[in-house]
Design a protein. Sequence first.
Length: 364
Amino acid sequence: MASVAAITAPIATPAAWAGPRIKDVADFEGVRENQLVGYGLVVGLAGTGDSLRNSPFTRQSLAAMLERLGVNAAEGNLNTRNVAAVMVTSNLPPFASQGSRIDVTGSALGDARSLAGGQLLVTPLMGADQQIYAVAQGALAIGGFSAAGASGSSVTRGVPTAGRIASGALVEREIPFDIAGQSELRLALRNPDFTTAQRIAQAINNVVGAGTARPANPGTVILTRPAAYAGDMVSLISAIENLEVEVDTAARIVIDESSGIVVMGENVRVSTVAIAQGNLTISIQEDPFVSQPGPFSRGETVLVPSSGVDVEEDAGGLVVVPGGVPLRQLVNGLNALGVTPRDMISILQALKAAGAIQAEIEVM
């Protein structure tokens, strides 16, 4: 028995089941990505690029690029389908240093059929402030493909007009943010909640010291650097980001009517209610027959319609769901009726209309 107790003792500790870590439920102010975007050209396509007649921006970009390289193409008759204009996007990670590499994605802007085998030329990536933060270049990796025959038949799998370049951009400019020298920092909850914000502040104060954290609103916890961490906010963040907090959520039911998906939170409760559910199925079968005239008569052969109608109704009685039941009993009660997911959606909406369910219903 002693060995069994020794094995199960660590599992029974409250800390092991307290909940997710602070770093999993909240973001630290300033520690965020920044979106970058750029316009570039992809070359080397096997005749699957933009039609220069239908994509004038590709033609202008190609002519301007050749001019910068010393080739006079302004008066020439450019006629190629090996070039495509693309929009290049990327996310600049927080604290990315100059010279580090980031992934980029290129998407066709014109009427290109495929970017397979294409090479992205040097493309500056700008932020929202119109400043260049990275430069992208490299071979695109395409996840889809497209093939066409001479008769017009074609097969397309995936999206051949978008590709990705792993580590395809070099960071040229850093975004300065001195997080170590901050005396105050805010934690933004990803799912704002008064109870969760209070629990986060309490967990931090229990470890670091009273007055270190205080909830400002359901979505923000203000973190003040104590004297023991003078000039070192990074160490304070490292000490608290792995603290486990029990997250509280509002009772909510999410319904996707198009796919018939129903997701219910564990805090959903219902009042005492009786539910009846039954399906009415009407089947109509057409079985026409041919009516032919008798021998040597002047009649005509006609097609006579014949319809068979069958009505079937499933037997369904009232099922009583006691009040205040948890989610598991609610699901078991609905399953006892033999309802389908789409029938369950109608039942949940009817329960909400009757005021018998204490939860917010969100229809996607």
